[in-house]
Write a protein that binds this ligand. Structure first.
Ligand SMILES: *[C@@H]1O[C@H](CO)[C@@H](O)[C@H](O)[C@H]1NC(C)=O
Ligand SMILES: *[C@@H]1O[C@H](CO)[C@@H](O)[C@H](O)[C@H]1NC(C)=O
Ligand SMILES: *[C@@H]1O[C@H](CO)[C@@H](O)[C@H](O)[C@H]1NC(C)=O
Length: 256
């Protein structure tokens, strides 16, 4: 009896000491390394070049030809950096390079391809789980396509929401966009310093995997926020505009 108990004990201990850690390790590896990247919606992010410049730590001037909202990126919500070995190569987008330079410029570093590389590696590699986005050419083209189809620049103009010394309330901008798109955008501002007003900075439109417009919901955005995202968000200094405070929409100054 005693013999059997001790054998059983030994077996239990073997399980706890060796197999249990092994099982935990396997489960851990499966959820981290071999993670099946899951995301359910995308956001097309536009930014206002003047605000991008205001946020820059280095000297910044908006390139001469740019006086409209430009693409920041197309982001699968809740996922990033999905394939670290899939590098951006400029020749993959050479056919749409003029378009990219026009509508998706790197406001901070005009002649650089760093911005596209960053967006591809952080977001494009995740978007690529969709067949319609599974090459660099498709990802960048589709983003431009959505940008043109939704045509945020015209919508804002149509509702007389124009860069000027005027101020706007969030509701006014939101109502204009909802009336056209039928869904709630996410509108972000650069937070005021001292007594200055918050500054309009970024507008996101959200899409399903079939590229139908969706309401942007904050919970979709924040579920899987990583440390990296938080640092980036801090660096950007953008957050959802305060509905109680007026918003400035500064004209672009091409300061050379
Ligand atoms: C990552 O990208 C590389 C290069 O395109 C590709 O060969 C590989 O299959 C990708 N890995 C995954 C897990 O998708
Ligand atoms: C970018 O390139 C264009 C043409 O190649 C050049 O005229 C311009 O000065 C460059 N701008 C910067 C900021 O390097
Ligand atoms: C978006 O939200 C509004 C109001 O909450 C709702 O009426 C509408 O059906 C939603 N649209 C979609 C596409 O989910």
């Amino acid at each position: 009896m005693a013999y059997r108990n001790s054998r059983e004990n030994e077996r239990n201990c073997t399980f706890v000491r060796i197999f249990l850690p092994l099982i935990i390790a396997i489960v851990f590896l499966q959820t981290s390394d071999c993670k099946n990247h899951q995301w359910h919606s995308l956001s097309l992010s536009h930014h206002w070049p003047q605000t991008v410049c205001l946020m820059a730590s280095e000297a910044c001037k908006v390139p001469q030809n740019i006086d409209y909202w430009t693409v920041h990126g197309l982001w699968p919500k809740g996922d990033e950096l999905c394939n670290k070995t899939w590098h951006f190569e400029i020749q993959n987008v050479k056919d749409i390079l003029p378009e990219l330079k026009l509508w998706w410029p790197d406001v901070l570093h005009p002649n650089s391809t760093q911005f596209w590389k960053h967006e591809w590696e952080k977001h494009g590699t995740c978007a690529a789980t969709l067949q319609s986005l599974n090459t660099q050419e498709k990802y960048f083209s589709k983003t431009l396509d959505l940008f043109h189809k939704t045509d945020l620049n015209s919508v804002l103009k149509k509702f007389n929401i124009l860069p000027s010394s005027n101020y706007y309330m969030l509701k006014v901008i939101e109502n204009a966009l909802v009336s056209v798109y039928g869904v709630m955008p996410k509108i972000q501002c650069l937070k005021p310093e001292g007594r200055s007003a918050q500054i309009l900075g970024q507008i996101e439109l959200c899409f399903s995997k079939d590229f139908d417009l969706l309401n942007c919901t904050h919970d979709v955005f924040s579920t899987h926020t990583t440390e990296n995202d938080r640092q980036y968000a801090n660096y950007l200094g953008l957050s959802v505009c305060d509905p109680q405070e007026q918003i400035s929409y500064p004209p672009i100054e091409h300061l050379y």
